[in-house]
Design a binder for this molecule. Sequence first.
Ligand code: HEM
Length: 421
Amino acid sequence: MPECARPDLSRFDPFSADFQQCPSPWYRALRSAAPVHLVPEYGLWFVTSRALVQHALERPEVFSSRFGQPQSASSPAVAGQVAAIRAEGWPTVPTILTEDPPAHHRFRQLVARAFTPRLVARQEPGIRRLCAELFDTVATGEEVEFVSRFAVPFPIAVIADVLGVDRDRLPDLTRWSRALAESIGARVDDESELANARSTLEFQRFFANQLDQRRTDPREDVLTGLVNAHRDTAQVTDEALSTAESLSIITQLLVAGNETTAKLLTSLLHELGRSPRLWAWLREDPLTRADPLVEEALRLHSPVQGMFRVLTRSTELGGVELPAGARVVLCFASANRDAPDSTHPDVLDPERGDGAGHLAFGHGIHYCLGAPLARLQTRVALRELAARVDSISLTGRDDRYTPSFLLHGLSTLHCRLTPSD
Ligand code: HEM
């Protein structure tokens, strides 16, 4: 596990390994010295206190979500080739995550119709089955790499079922999801950027074709929901989603749903492997203790560390005058640790009692639409783990965090899960 560097705010660089491998000391230093802090090289303002992050989230008319794509800009060396590949596909249009009211309202209603709590609840038996099948292969007592063997495939298989994509396309979904997420808050090399652009085009062609099929052959799935959603929402709009809009929404469901849930599952296993006390505590009563543990892991290890906003007009925030057009990063992860020292905000304590008060799923009009699904999957996984595994040992390879300042979690986690007798 990486060592934490001593934070020196004059050198604060969100793309540095020092920050990405160990962000919490930096957040603490930012909160105490400058909770609204400009990083001039990138023109990004980092907002780190709970009150200011929440204040901004409650003012979408000033803190706009029309920030474009969270992916980093193309490197000049391949920008032309990337643009040519993109021109063969559908344009990236702002939808739910990257749009403001009133358009955001339309997208949110349409997606919420396709992605109903009933549909999520109906997934539970399938999710349990999937989880049990995967644990059959990882909880064997042999050393495994948990991220690639469980934490990534599990949410991808769940989202495939929710979208209505056949299981034999899981390897493609995994590849596409990776390609879409890889450059979020990160720098990638030119070769990977080209490969990601090609994967994204493949992804678009596949899903455009699936949407066409649902128009003539509707099923009980989210893709059919997206094709038909406008029919149920006459009060919002009669306008059907265009293919480009639907593709953008599917991208957001894939990226927002897979990488995030995978990172939460990995952080949970890591914590349980590090603390025999916590593991014993969960195993005593997994039915009631899984939920508070999930909330506490969301708070302490927020998989989405922050999200961009762009200012529609100049405004004052925490005593700092921000100009119109300024790009800010609202740091949910830092806000979640912004509490008096006496409450030990840097310690994982599922019994602290104020669990769900965190901002790990955001807050306000962009609050995560997938939160019930993410919670369901992690709860099922924890209960299954507690029921069938006797001990977790971390086998101590060089496991490191994903190089990103927006997504946070280990990229690999080597461990041995010894089954109960
Ligand atoms: C929005 C976190 C899982 C779909 C968000 C936001 C956060 C977040 C912080 C708000 C972003 C903002 O304010 O700009 C997470 C975490 C997850 C998770 C930590 C797992 C542990 C999921 C899943 C799905 C999903 C499983 C669906 C399959 C969405 C969508 C939005 C969103 C569609 C946009 C909502 C809007 O803009 O109105 N998520 N998410 N998320 N999430 Fe999640």
